[in-house]
Ligand binder design. Structure first.
Ligand code: PHE
Length: 339
């Protein structure tokens, strides 16, 4: 047999075997391929090897070299097919074996939102000052959000651009409702159903159509306070707010009132706290307006009181050095898990 013919035989063998092994998908096909090409007794590789003897002696070294190369090729084609099929087999789920020496798997436990944590702490502080917690709805009517708070129909605070109005369908037609723009609504609800004296706080969401930026968000939280009794004065208001501020922010906090206007308090003030550096406004306050006391059936000659409303996000931001209110509502755990 000439060298050229021997090479031809080898090439055909290589092509056939590489194709067979690359197609093999299961152990049985792989095994029949192994017998056909690599079989020790009558495999095709063995047959070709026998023909090596028929090649003229001077061409035998070249023939032997080529033979060994092809043998290598076929062997590694078989090996990779075997690995591939074996890997597929091991993906079949194995029965779970319980290994008591394996380390345990730690459960990731969530935590309360920083605003919720702040609300709990504020309730605690005010509770120690004798204030009970009251609640009110977030969807309000105009009486509780405006009218009873001495905010008449033509007042700019009732502008549709300043509020989230809702139209609620009912049996007798549509009724105007709105997402409450302040927690002062709860003052009215509590006074309507409770005779004086009163000493409550109410903490919850309020809504205003503001564009979100570092200091504004269309939804935020307020803490409302209301104290009604005989002979309550502005000095009581200031004492309560000072005690509150030094409990929440620190004993070195200072408090300042700036004259302001709210329809439901007279006089009215803006409340600023100073802590570490500069003054920051935290909300509004004042002595409850006699009109408001009358609207809930109280006698302004008998009782007086004060009210205040503070921004909860702002308190929490000041305490923790948070500079952007939007962080609270991005739901980024990297931010939230710091609290
Ligand atoms: N409701 C006022 C506001 O949202 C705050 C306030 C509450 C002012 C109570 C006076 C008394 O800005």
């Amino acid at each position: 047999m000439g060298l050229a013919q021997f090479f031809q035989e080898l090439d055909r063998l290589a092509a056939d075997s590489l194709e067979a092994f690359s197609r093999a998908q299961d152990v049985a096909t792989l095994e029949s391929g192994r017998v056909e090409f690599l079989g020790a007794k009558s495999g095709r590789l063995k047959d070709v090897q026998k023909q090596l003897g028929g090649v003229p002696p001077d061409e035998r070294p070249a023939a032997g070299k080529r033979f060994n190369e092809v043998k290598q090729q076929i062997q590694s084609a078989f090996d990779s097919a075997r690995d591939r099929i074996h890997a597929g087999v091991t993906q079949v789920p194995q029965a779970h074996v319980f290994d008591p020496t394996e380390p345990g798997r730690r459960q990731r436990i969530g935590r309360r939102h920083p605003i919720t944590q702040t609300i709990e702490e504020l309730k605690d502080i005010m509770g120690r000052l004798g204030f009970a917690v009251a609640d009110g709805p977030e969807i309000e009517d105009e009486w509780h959000n405006f009218e009873a708070l001495n905010i008449p129909r033509q007042h700019p605070a009732r502008d549709p651009l300043e509020n989230f109005y809702l139209s609620v369908a009912g049996a007798t037609g549509n009724t105007v409702r709105l997402l409450r723009s302040q927690t002062s609504t709860v003052q009215i609800r509590v006074m309507e159903r409770t005779p004086p004296p009163i000493r409550i706080i109410s903490l919850g969401r309020v809504y205003r159509p503001d564009t979100a930026d570092a200091t504004h968000y269309p939804m935020f939280h307020q803490m409302e306070g209301l104290l009604i009794d005989r002979q309550v004065t502005m000095a009581d208001l200031k004492s309560v707010l000072r005690m509150f501020a030094s409990s929440y922010l620190g004993t070195d906090v200072h408090i300042r009132f700036r004259p302001s206007f709210f329809p439901f308090t007279e006089p009215s003030v803006e409340v600023d706290f100073q802590w570490n550096d500069g003054w920051t406004e935290f909300g509004g306050a004042g002595m409850v307006d006699p009109h408001v006391l009358q609207s809930v059936g109280y006698d302004p000659e008998e009782v007086t009181g004060f009210a205040f409303g503070l921004g909860i996000e702002r308190l929490c931001m000041r305490r923790h050095g948070i500079t952007d209110i939007r962080e609270f509502y991005k739901n980024d755990v990297r931010f939230l898990e710091q609290f």
